[in-house]
Design a protein around this ligand. Sequence first.
Ligand code: GZL
Length: 324
Amino acid sequence: MDRKILLGVIVIALMLAVAGCGRKGDEQSDTRLVLGFSQIGSESAWRIGNTRDIEEQAEVYGIGLMLENANQKQENQIAAIRRFIAYKVDAIAFSPVVEEGWDNVLKEAKDAGIPVILVDRDINTEQDGLTTCLIGADFYKEGVMAAEYLIRKADSLGLEHINIVEITGTENSTPMRQRQAGFFDTIKDDDRMSILESIDGDFLKSRGAECMRYLLDRYGESIDVVFSHNDEMTIGAIPEIEKANLIPGKDILIISIDGGQEAIDVLKSGKINCVVECTPKLGKALMETALKLKNGESVDAVIHPEEQVFSDEMNVSAIAPRGY
Ligand code: GZL
């Protein structure tokens, strides 16, 4: 066994021993399912909320959770999955930072007889049977809901031509690909709509600001709408709009996705016009799915949470606390 993996396994074993869920052999491990989870990172309030929810639900369901943070790097996720395999966990779950490049490590998990659950994001593979279930948002629908809001807003304002700039999430990630597809497919037949440029903000606040600075330098006051794939980038972009002496939410319409508390507070202030919800609360479904797999029960191939739209079309003061 690779020295790094062996060291990782020892560290994990010590962590779990302290947490009271050793491996097969002692009576407690026979009951406590051990779940290895590779989390992308801590890039956004959404991600932090997702991690917190998974940890809380593991407690609720009495599941031994080995959670590793990959700091946005695919190679770290692959190494973590290999450690989980070496440790012989009962199930592996992960949120793939990008869609491609997982076949080899997931084949190793399959050969080891360990089921793999996709959380939040999907993979792109030609191979069958590498994963058992996808628990996560319908990102295409989120893009559609964002575009449908814009069409309603354009109708209500009587806008005849709308120049849109898009700040996308991490290139080649499921939310980036599908949010863009849903949005573009919905506006493509509306002659009022033009996409000036799409630029990768990597779901990061700092990149959102950089992208907005570039777009304002290039297009200035001709920008009518910003479609941002997550709140983090949106919140980074807003001060740049204000520095350009433009009013966010009025001179430039702002459409965002995630629905965390900070963005909802900015929506309430009028500087964001629409926030499409993308709930990070996937922990309950993950734990229930892991337990079903351990008990040999069938599981749904895809589990999509219900999601809604918050916008200036409603009484935003009534929006309940978001919890992330
Ligand atoms: C969406 C999730 C995205 C969020 C971002 O489910 O993958 O990643 O929209 C997060 O905030 O970084």
